[in-house]
Design a binder for this molecule. Structure first.
Ligand SMILES: [Zn+2]
Length: 242
């Protein structure tokens, strides 16, 4: 996709997310990789009304080269591009249910979004909850770099989700799947939902040849306090994430 088409696509998908309530006000930002850097929605812009020609462009050295000033959360995006080879787009939202989950004290930091359906396993993988950091603080970029590319999706505590994927459409769909699963998780709160079992998750990972980040080995999969954990054994060479 050439840069003009990519800019149009960013504006169209941003507008779609806004129209369906995944973003409000000036919350959320979206980026996509281009040959000579990355494109990112401007600071204080509303995802509902992105002008393709004014999308900010950052070069590989992080310099703002054209368009409006970039989102102040640009380092969050850069950290994913730097640590996950093949990342073509990053979507950061403050969507309601995922953000609600990021505020719950009992959300498992190593497995923040449970495997309620096969789709969240297939499209999002295991989600890491990162500690609260003030918006705009580059420390958040450091927290993501520390993951060494092990996760495609994270929840920023008391802030919202961020998802990286090979292209823009995939990142948007994964963000939607994450939000819907967070909604299910909260709808089912206190109702003792049945999660997918480890064997069922393993079957998905094997059958669909999913990204390694989806099968990262847990430290707590035998913990009786986490009977629903969908973690995969590390015996087949998946990396530990913690
Ligand atoms: Zn944010």
């Amino acid at each position: 996709m050439n840069e003009t088409a990519l800019r149009d696509s960013m504006a169209r998908l941003s507008g779609s997310l806004f129209a369906r309530g995944y973003a409000v006000g000036s919350a959320g930002n979206i980026s996509a990789a281009v040959d000579d850097g990355l494109l990112i929605t401007p600071t204080n812009s509303c995802l509902g009304f992105i002008n393709p020609a004014r999308i900010a462009k950052i070069d590989h050295a992080g310099r703002h080269v054209s368009g409006d000033p970039p989102s102040k959360e640009v380092f969050l995006h850069q950290a994913f591009y730097e640590t996950r080879p093949g990342t073509g787009a990053v979507v950061h939202l403050h969507s309601t249910y995922a953000t609600a989950l990021s505020c719950l004290a009992d959300t498992d930091p190593d497995d923040a979004v449970p495997p309620l359906t096969p789709y969240v396993v297939m499209r999002v993988g295991r989600v890491k909850l990162l500690p609260y950091v003030r918006p705009g603080d580059p420390a958040l970029g450091a927290l993501i770099r520390e993951l060494n590319g092990s996760h495609a999706a994270v929840l920023l505590a008391n802030h919202g989700p961020t998802v990286a994927a090979k292209d823009l459409e995939t990142a948007v769909y994964a963000s939607e799947e994450l939000e819907e699963t967070a909604k299910l998780r909260l709808l089912l709160n206190g109702l003792n939902p049945r999660m997918l079992t480890r064997a069922q998750v393993r079957d998905l990972v094997t059958h669909f040849g999913l990204d390694d980040s989806i099968g990262t080995a847990p430290s707590d999969h035998s913990d009786p306090h986490h009977p629903h954990a969908h973690h995969i054994d590390d015996s087949d060479g998946h990396d530990h994430d913690g």
